[in-house]
Unconditional design. Structure first.
Length: 163
């Protein structure tokens, strides 16, 4: 396979995409393509659409440690006061342990008081979310509707992040 590194180190997204697409057309399609360090859900979806097979990135865990949680409706910044009394689940479309057992208000409380359970629950959720995204993209490839699935991720993450 092939590892692609040195991207996502400060260049504009359009430039990164241009370089990535140019590289991918030169690589054999029958070999795995591994993109290092690119990690927003939208970046991953766009790279899968371009032909990338594998990724690694610290984004889901780093964002979790900083109170930013990826959901089917965008990014939730759990420190926001709007969640102080919110008894709903972080993401009603998610079946992870965090979403099944804890409310937004409790997750905010953990984050605000510095309780170490907070980042752990956030990490569980973010990693589960990324697994769901990748599963959905694989299903899109199998079903022949990858572009539709990528468009849904664009709609969710191309707009400014939610509070």
């Amino acid at each position: 396979g092939y590892a692609i590194g040195g991207l996502a180190v400060g260049e504009p997204q359009a430039e990164r995409d241009r370089v990535l697409w140019r590289l991918l057309v030169e690589m054999p399609a029958d070999r795995p393509r591994y993109l290092m360090g690119v990690g927003t859900p939208l970046d991953i979806a766009e790279a899968v659409l371009a032909g990338v097979d594998m990724f690694d990135c610290v984004m889901p865990t780093r964002h979790a440690r900083n109170g930013h949680l990826f959901t089917s409706r965008g990014v939730v910044k759990i420190r926001n006061s709007r969640y102080t009394s919110d008894s709903t689940a972080l993401d009603p479309d998610c079946s992870c342990y965090t979403c099944r057992h804890y409310s937004l208000a409790y997750l905010r409380h953990l984050e605000k008081c510095g309780e170490m359970l907070g980042p752990r629950l956030a990490t569980i959720h973010n990693l589960h979310y990324y697994q769901r995204v990748m599963r959905d993209l694989r299903r899109g490839i199998d079903a022949g509707d990858l572009e539709t699935r990528v468009a849904a991720i664009r709609d969710c993450f191309a707009a400014p992040a939610s509070a």
